[in-house]
Design a protein around this ligand. Structure first.
Ligand SMILES: NC(=O)c1ccc[n+]([C@@H]2O[C@H](COP(=O)([O-])OP(=O)(O)OC[C@H]3O[C@@H](n4cnc5c(N)ncnc54)[C@H](OP(=O)(O)O)[C@@H]3O)[C@@H](O)[C@H]2O)c1
Length: 235
Protein backbone atom coordinates (compact mmCIF):
# COMPACT_ATOMS: atom_id res chain seq x y z
CA UNK A 1 0.00 0.00 0.00
CA UNK A 2 1.31 3.47 -0.83
CA UNK A 3 2.00 6.03 1.90
CA UNK A 4 -1.12 8.06 2.78
CA UNK A 5 -0.88 11.80 2.17
CA UNK A 6 -2.29 14.31 4.65
CA UNK A 7 -2.57 18.06 4.26
CA UNK A 8 -2.83 20.38 7.28
CA UNK A 9 -3.55 24.13 7.11
CA UNK A 10 -2.35 26.55 9.78
CA UNK A 11 0.39 24.01 10.48
CA UNK A 12 3.08 26.21 12.04
CA UNK A 13 1.77 26.26 15.63
CA UNK A 14 -0.94 25.05 17.97
CA UNK A 15 -3.22 22.21 16.87
CA UNK A 16 -1.92 22.35 13.31
CA UNK A 17 1.69 21.74 14.35
CA UNK A 18 0.68 18.95 16.73
CA UNK A 19 -1.39 17.36 13.93
CA UNK A 20 1.66 17.36 11.68
CA UNK A 21 3.70 15.68 14.44
CA UNK A 22 1.13 12.94 15.01
CA UNK A 23 0.49 12.33 11.30
CA UNK A 24 4.23 11.94 10.69
CA UNK A 25 4.49 9.63 13.69
CA UNK A 26 1.82 7.32 12.26
CA UNK A 27 3.65 7.19 8.93
CA UNK A 28 1.81 9.66 6.69
CA UNK A 29 3.49 11.88 4.14
CA UNK A 30 2.40 15.38 5.14
CA UNK A 31 1.95 18.67 3.37
CA UNK A 32 2.06 21.41 6.00
CA UNK A 33 0.60 24.71 4.83
CA UNK A 34 1.28 27.93 6.67
CA UNK A 35 1.37 31.64 5.94
CA UNK A 36 5.09 32.15 6.40
CA UNK A 37 7.17 29.01 5.89
CA UNK A 38 10.38 31.02 6.31
CA UNK A 39 9.40 31.76 9.92
CA UNK A 40 7.99 28.30 10.71
CA UNK A 41 10.97 27.12 12.75
CA UNK A 42 9.33 24.08 14.37
CA UNK A 43 7.91 22.86 11.06
CA UNK A 44 11.17 23.30 9.21
CA UNK A 45 12.98 21.37 11.94
CA UNK A 46 10.43 18.55 11.56
CA UNK A 47 10.99 18.60 7.80
CA UNK A 48 14.71 18.10 8.45
CA UNK A 49 13.90 15.12 10.71
CA UNK A 50 11.62 13.53 8.07
CA UNK A 51 13.36 14.05 4.75
CA UNK A 52 10.99 13.71 1.80
CA UNK A 53 7.99 13.00 4.05
CA UNK A 54 7.12 16.56 5.12
CA UNK A 55 6.70 19.42 2.66
CA UNK A 56 6.08 22.94 3.92
CA UNK A 57 4.18 25.19 1.50
CA UNK A 58 2.89 28.77 1.78
CA UNK A 59 -0.86 29.26 2.14
CA UNK A 60 -3.04 32.06 3.43
CA UNK A 61 -6.47 30.41 3.44
CA UNK A 62 -8.22 33.78 3.42
CA UNK A 63 -6.51 34.94 0.22
CA UNK A 64 -7.81 33.77 -3.18
CA UNK A 65 -4.49 34.23 -4.97
CA UNK A 66 -2.60 32.36 -2.28
CA UNK A 67 -5.09 29.47 -2.47
CA UNK A 68 -4.73 29.40 -6.25
CA UNK A 69 -0.92 29.32 -6.10
CA UNK A 70 -1.05 26.60 -3.45
CA UNK A 71 -3.39 24.39 -5.48
CA UNK A 72 -1.15 24.85 -8.53
CA UNK A 73 2.00 23.89 -6.59
CA UNK A 74 0.58 20.89 -4.78
CA UNK A 75 0.83 18.35 -7.65
CA UNK A 76 4.58 19.02 -7.82
CA UNK A 77 4.85 17.84 -4.22
CA UNK A 78 2.37 14.95 -4.47
CA UNK A 79 3.82 13.52 -7.67
CA UNK A 80 1.87 12.52 -10.77
CA UNK A 81 -0.50 10.02 -9.16
CA UNK A 82 -0.44 11.56 -5.70
CA UNK A 83 -3.72 12.27 -3.96
CA UNK A 84 -4.67 13.78 -0.61
CA UNK A 85 -6.14 11.12 1.69
CA UNK A 86 -6.83 13.55 4.54
CA UNK A 87 -7.41 17.29 4.30
CA UNK A 88 -7.38 18.86 7.75
CA UNK A 89 -8.80 22.38 7.53
CA UNK A 90 -7.33 23.61 10.79
CA UNK A 91 -6.28 27.25 10.22
CA UNK A 92 -8.48 29.67 12.10
CA UNK A 93 -8.55 33.05 13.77
CA UNK A 94 -10.28 34.41 16.86
CA UNK A 95 -10.30 38.21 17.08
CA UNK A 96 -10.72 38.69 20.82
CA UNK A 97 -12.11 41.66 22.72
CA UNK A 98 -15.18 42.35 20.56
CA UNK A 99 -17.62 44.76 22.23
CA UNK A 100 -21.26 45.35 21.32
CA UNK A 101 -21.53 48.79 19.68
CA UNK A 102 -17.96 48.63 18.45
CA UNK A 103 -18.00 45.63 16.10
CA UNK A 104 -15.93 46.31 13.01
CA UNK A 105 -16.79 45.15 9.48
CA UNK A 106 -13.14 44.29 8.82
CA UNK A 107 -13.06 41.89 11.77
CA UNK A 108 -16.31 40.19 10.77
CA UNK A 109 -15.10 39.89 7.18
CA UNK A 110 -11.66 38.57 8.11
CA UNK A 111 -13.25 36.00 10.43
CA UNK A 112 -15.61 34.81 7.69
CA UNK A 113 -12.84 34.62 5.09
CA UNK A 114 -10.40 32.79 7.36
CA UNK A 115 -12.78 30.50 9.24
CA UNK A 116 -15.55 29.80 6.72
CA UNK A 117 -15.30 30.80 3.08
CA UNK A 118 -11.52 30.28 2.82
CA UNK A 119 -11.47 26.65 4.02
CA UNK A 120 -14.59 25.84 1.97
CA UNK A 121 -13.21 27.34 -1.25
CA UNK A 122 -9.86 25.67 -0.63
CA UNK A 123 -11.61 22.31 -0.27
CA UNK A 124 -13.57 22.92 -3.46
CA UNK A 125 -10.37 23.83 -5.33
CA UNK A 126 -8.56 20.77 -3.95
CA UNK A 127 -11.40 18.37 -4.75
CA UNK A 128 -9.71 17.00 -7.91
CA UNK A 129 -6.65 16.18 -5.80
CA UNK A 130 -8.58 14.42 -3.03
CA UNK A 131 -8.44 10.63 -3.02
CA UNK A 132 -11.77 8.85 -3.52
CA UNK A 133 -12.60 7.33 -0.15
CA UNK A 134 -10.53 9.99 1.64
CA UNK A 135 -11.44 12.33 4.50
CA UNK A 136 -11.93 16.07 4.89
CA UNK A 137 -12.09 17.50 8.42
CA UNK A 138 -13.04 21.06 9.28
CA UNK A 139 -11.94 22.23 12.71
CA UNK A 140 -14.99 23.99 14.13
CA UNK A 141 -15.78 24.82 17.75
CA UNK A 142 -18.49 24.52 20.40
CA UNK A 143 -18.71 28.32 20.05
CA UNK A 144 -20.37 27.77 16.64
CA UNK A 145 -23.30 26.01 18.29
CA UNK A 146 -26.51 28.03 17.99
CA UNK A 147 -28.18 25.58 20.36
CA UNK A 148 -25.76 26.10 23.22
CA UNK A 149 -24.66 29.77 23.17
CA UNK A 150 -25.99 31.70 26.16
CA UNK A 151 -23.91 34.89 26.16
CA UNK A 152 -22.48 37.67 23.97
CA UNK A 153 -18.96 36.46 23.25
CA UNK A 154 -16.68 36.68 20.18
CA UNK A 155 -19.58 37.06 17.72
CA UNK A 156 -17.36 37.22 14.62
CA UNK A 157 -15.65 33.97 15.56
CA UNK A 158 -18.87 32.23 16.59
CA UNK A 159 -20.75 33.30 13.44
CA UNK A 160 -17.91 32.40 11.11
CA UNK A 161 -17.65 28.90 12.60
CA UNK A 162 -21.44 28.47 12.40
CA UNK A 163 -21.14 29.35 8.69
CA UNK A 164 -18.27 26.87 8.45
CA UNK A 165 -20.53 24.12 9.81
CA UNK A 166 -23.07 24.66 7.04
CA UNK A 167 -20.34 24.82 4.39
CA UNK A 168 -18.85 21.61 5.78
CA UNK A 169 -22.28 19.97 5.55
CA UNK A 170 -22.58 21.11 1.93
CA UNK A 171 -19.08 19.86 1.10
CA UNK A 172 -20.07 16.54 2.65
CA UNK A 173 -23.07 16.21 0.33
CA UNK A 174 -20.94 17.14 -2.68
CA UNK A 175 -18.15 14.69 -1.87
CA UNK A 176 -20.20 11.74 -0.60
CA UNK A 177 -20.62 10.20 -4.10
CA UNK A 178 -16.83 9.82 -4.19
CA UNK A 179 -16.84 8.07 -0.82
CA UNK A 180 -15.18 11.05 0.87
CA UNK A 181 -16.22 11.54 4.50
CA UNK A 182 -16.47 15.12 5.70
CA UNK A 183 -16.44 16.08 9.39
CA UNK A 184 -16.95 19.16 11.55
CA UNK A 185 -15.05 18.76 14.82
CA UNK A 186 -14.64 20.64 18.10
CA UNK A 187 -11.14 19.98 19.48
CA UNK A 188 -12.00 20.83 23.09
CA UNK A 189 -10.68 23.87 24.91
CA UNK A 190 -7.02 23.42 24.10
CA UNK A 191 -3.76 24.86 25.44
CA UNK A 192 -2.62 26.83 22.37
CA UNK A 193 -2.10 30.53 21.67
CA UNK A 194 -5.82 30.70 20.92
CA UNK A 195 -7.05 28.62 23.86
CA UNK A 196 -4.58 30.04 26.39
CA UNK A 197 -2.52 28.32 29.07
CA UNK A 198 -5.58 27.84 31.31
CA UNK A 199 -7.36 25.59 28.80
CA UNK A 200 -8.13 22.08 29.95
CA UNK A 201 -6.94 19.85 27.07
CA UNK A 202 -3.37 19.41 25.86
CA UNK A 203 -2.72 19.76 22.12
CA UNK A 204 -1.49 16.15 22.16
CA UNK A 205 -4.74 14.74 23.57
CA UNK A 206 -6.94 16.99 21.44
CA UNK A 207 -5.22 15.96 18.21
CA UNK A 208 -5.15 12.28 19.16
CA UNK A 209 -8.92 12.53 19.74
CA UNK A 210 -9.57 14.38 16.49
CA UNK A 211 -7.58 11.81 14.49
CA UNK A 212 -9.61 9.02 16.12
CA UNK A 213 -12.88 10.69 15.14
CA UNK A 214 -11.58 11.16 11.59
CA UNK A 215 -10.54 7.51 11.36
CA UNK A 216 -14.03 6.40 12.46
CA UNK A 217 -15.95 8.61 10.01
CA UNK A 218 -17.62 7.04 6.99
CA UNK A 219 -18.87 8.85 3.86
CA UNK A 220 -22.62 9.21 3.63
CA UNK A 221 -23.19 9.15 7.42
CA UNK A 222 -25.32 12.12 8.52
CA UNK A 223 -22.86 14.82 9.58
CA UNK A 224 -22.92 15.94 13.18
CA UNK A 225 -20.84 18.42 15.12
CA UNK A 226 -18.66 16.20 17.30
CA UNK A 227 -16.01 16.94 19.86
CA UNK A 228 -12.57 15.32 20.14
CA UNK A 229 -14.02 12.53 22.28
CA UNK A 230 -16.83 11.79 19.83
CA UNK A 231 -19.64 13.46 21.82
CA UNK A 232 -22.34 14.98 19.60
CA UNK A 233 -22.84 18.72 20.17
CA UNK A 234 -25.95 20.70 19.19
CA UNK A 235 -25.59 22.60 15.90
N1 LIG B 1 -7.53 26.25 21.08
C1 LIG B 1 -8.83 26.03 21.33
O1 LIG B 1 -9.26 25.98 22.50
C2 LIG B 1 -9.79 25.84 20.19
C3 LIG B 1 -11.13 25.54 20.51
C4 LIG B 1 -12.02 25.32 19.48
C5 LIG B 1 -11.61 25.39 18.16
N2 LIG B 1 -10.32 25.72 17.87
C6 LIG B 1 -9.94 25.79 16.45
O2 LIG B 1 -8.79 24.99 16.23
C7 LIG B 1 -8.05 25.51 15.12
C8 LIG B 1 -6.59 25.68 15.52
O3 LIG B 1 -6.56 26.59 16.60
P1 LIG B 1 -5.32 26.74 17.60
O4 LIG B 1 -5.86 26.65 18.95
O5 LIG B 1 -4.20 25.88 17.18
O6 LIG B 1 -4.99 28.28 17.32
P2 LIG B 1 -3.60 29.09 17.20
O7 LIG B 1 -2.62 28.52 18.14
O8 LIG B 1 -4.00 30.52 17.30
O9 LIG B 1 -3.14 28.76 15.70
C9 LIG B 1 -3.92 29.21 14.62
C10 LIG B 1 -3.24 28.77 13.34
O10 LIG B 1 -4.04 29.21 12.23
C11 LIG B 1 -3.20 29.94 11.35
N3 LIG B 1 -3.93 30.94 10.57
C12 LIG B 1 -4.66 31.98 11.03
N4 LIG B 1 -5.14 32.68 9.98
C13 LIG B 1 -4.69 32.06 8.86
C14 LIG B 1 -4.82 32.31 7.48
N5 LIG B 1 -5.51 33.35 7.00
N6 LIG B 1 -4.21 31.47 6.60
C15 LIG B 1 -3.49 30.42 7.05
N7 LIG B 1 -3.30 30.14 8.35
C16 LIG B 1 -3.91 30.96 9.24
C17 LIG B 1 -2.15 30.57 12.24
O11 LIG B 1 -1.04 30.97 11.44
P3 LIG B 1 -0.06 32.21 11.87
O12 LIG B 1 0.94 31.62 12.83
O13 LIG B 1 0.52 32.63 10.57
O14 LIG B 1 -0.92 33.24 12.52
C18 LIG B 1 -1.86 29.40 13.16
O15 LIG B 1 -1.04 28.45 12.53
C19 LIG B 1 -8.75 26.82 14.73
O16 LIG B 1 -9.59 26.59 13.62
C20 LIG B 1 -9.56 27.16 15.96
O17 LIG B 1 -10.68 27.95 15.65
C21 LIG B 1 -9.38 25.94 18.84
Amino acid sequence: MSTPHSLVTGANRGLGLESVRQLLARGDAVVAACRQPGKAGALNALAGDHPGRLHVLPLDVADARSRQAFVAELPLVLGDDGRIDLLLNNAGVLHSGERWGQLEPAVLEDSLRTNATGPFLLTQALAPLLADGGKVAFVSTIMSSLGSRREFRSPSYAASKAALNMLALQAGFALAPRGIAVLALHPGWVQTDMGGAGADVSPHDAVAGLLQQIARARAGEPMQLRDWRGAVLPW
